[in-house]
Design a protein around this ligand. Structure first.
Ligand code: MG
Ligand code: ZN
Length: 407
């Protein structure tokens, strides 16, 4: 090295070199940062939905509401969609206060609020489930049909069409408003259990668990739908515990004639059924969509029975724990937990020292118009933060699941 070269590294030059380097970092660093922010801005995709323009008939009379859907670009392999029928914030709060350990619901980090109105301010469970399963507000009592009574394809039917395997688990009859709104299409929910059972058989839904065996094998049309299901490869049983370790490829588990009973009779059905359904549906090469309903939180609200509400909340929360455990292990499953509406106008007013339980009150024997929480875990969970119409849940799910195009 020459003396000149060495002098380049003299003290003065070294300082100049450092200043130049700092300048370079500042010059190139800021555009890099800008780019990063821009990418974060794109994290949420905004989707404008023509179909989400709808007219409210009862409140805000002449305003046409428009909605934009925000979803992340994540794509979950599987979706477990859990509905606590009638599960408002007070139902959750009461269970949280009474629980010995923290609840599974407390494991969620992405939480939103869903507006529950149907074409009426106070929804019923048919219109509430239809909003979430089809993206359309409809009249109370209508199962997966428009206000003009045209059938609407449900998220489960979109999934089936795209070769996802699908399942339904509930603590009501499988033909009750909530589960039926995922596979059935009826202008009214009343007295159509047997028609709905037949509509179930028109699909190839891999798992169906709940009550209402009589709607399948005690029919005027003389069809034995249980026999038909067996012929089509379903494992048919009346007891979830009887299935044991066996993992059939298709499962029809109907535990009761008419509605399943309360917890003391039906036992651990819901958490066990949720686990078994996941076992049947989870396969390496296929996607699955599972709907799980805690149906009797609503019935407890209608009965204005706080103990019954808390009992049903604990049961539902156990099912949520199983879904979350699976999703954590799997790493590619979206778990959603929400409600169709609140039931009872349930309130916590203090602690009754003598009875050693919550002092509670109810404002109604029917549903209320309060918003309900939406809990989300897994790929796409961020999409469910915020306040939005219940119909949004359908569009968010459909988009995240990559099922069909928007608009
Ligand atoms: Mg229900
Ligand atoms: Zn109800």
């Amino acid at each position: 090295m020459t003396k000149q070269a060495i002098s380049l590294f003299s003290k003065n030059n070294l300082i100049l070199l450092l200043i130049a380097l700092l300048g370079l970092i500042l010059f190139f660093g800021s555009p890099l940062r800008k780019k990063k922010y821009a990418q974060e801005g794109q994290f949420y995709e905004q989707v404008y939905l023509e179909s989400l323009k709808y007219k409210l008939t009862e409140n805000k009379k002449d305003s046409i509401r428009e909605q934009r859907t925000y979803v992340t670009k994540s794509q979950p392999k599987n979706v477990i969609f859990m509905i606590g029928d009638g599960m408002g914030l007070t139902q959750i709060s009461a269970a949280e206060i009474m629980a010995e350990d923290s609840m599974a619901l407390e494991r969620f980090r992405h939480i939103g609020l869903s507006k529950t109105k149907s074409t009426k301010l106070i929804t019923d469970s048919a219109a509430g489930a239809t909003a979430m399963s089809t993206g359309q507000k409809t009249h109370n009592g209508v199962i997966a049909m428009t206000k003009e009574l045209k059938p609407l394809k449900t998220i489960l039917e979109y999934a089936e069409e795209a070769s996802w395997v699908t399942g339904i688990v509930t603590t009501s009859t499988v033909t009750h408003a909530t589960p039926a709104s995922f596979y059935g299409h009826q202008p009214t929910r009343a007295k159509v259990n047997r028609q709905l059972a037949a509509q179930f058989m028109e699909h190839d839904i891999e798992v169906l668990m709940g009550g209402g065996i009589n709607y399948f094998n005690d029919r005027d049309d003389q069809r034995d739908l249980l026999e038909e299901a067996r012929e089509r490869g379903y494992f048919v049983t009346e007891d979830v515990e009887q299935i044991g370790e066996y993992v059939p490829s298709k499962l029809l588990c109907l535990i009761s004639t008419g509605q399943p009973k309360r917890l003391d009779i039906r036992g651990n059905f819901l958490p066990l059924a949720t686990n078994k359904a996941i076992e049947v549906l989870a396969k390496p090469k296929t996607n699955f969509f599972l709907m799980v309903e805690g149906a009797q939180i609503d019935w407890a609200g209608h009965a204005n029975n706080s103990d019954y509400i808390i009992e049903e909340m604990f049961d539902f929360d156990k099912a949520v724990a199983h879904a979350l455990d699976f999703a954590e292990k799997d790493g590619n499953t979206l778990v959603l937990v929400t409600a169709d509406h609140e039931t009872g106008g349930y309130a916590i007013n203090g602690w009754d020292k003598e009875k050693e339980k919550l002092k509670t009150e109810f404002t109604t024997g029917y549903h209320t118009g309060t918003m309900v929480p939406v809990f989300a875990y897994g790929p796409g969970a961020e999409s469910f933060a915020g306040i939005y119409e219940n119909t949004e849940i359908f569009y968010k799910l459909k988009h995240l699941m990559g099922l069909g195009n928007f608009q």
